[in-house]
Design a protein around this ligand. Structure first.
Ligand SMILES: [Zn+2]
Ligand SMILES: [Zn+2]
Length: 83
């Protein structure tokens, strides 16, 4: 099981769900804010912040798989081209 997988992701300030894009910082593990409230996350400089895309990466994977499935049958992109 991935640690933290069951956590609710909500902004520490406005309590809006931030499952698409949350801002985190190593100085305060478990604390997250939405992009709008990133400035109030902590006192670290913004380069220390981390964007946590909880679902977006999985969706990108799905998009990539979908795009691969749309490659025309005649276009052989794999090195193993024998049938
Ligand atoms: Zn917020
Ligand atoms: Zn910090």
């Amino acid at each position: 099981m991935a640690p933290g997988a069951g956590e609710d992701a909500e902004c520490a300030i406005c309590r809006q769900y931030v499952h698409l894009a949350a801002v985190e910082c190593d100085c305060c593990p478990g604390r997250r804010t939405c992009l709008r409230h990133a400035a109030t996350l902590c006192e670290c400089p913004p380069p220390r912040w981390r964007l946590a895309f909880r679902h977006a990466l999985g969706e990108l994977d799905a998009l990539a798989a979908d795009a691969a499935a749309r490659v025309p049958a005649g276009a052989d992109l794999s090195p193993n081209s024998r049938t």
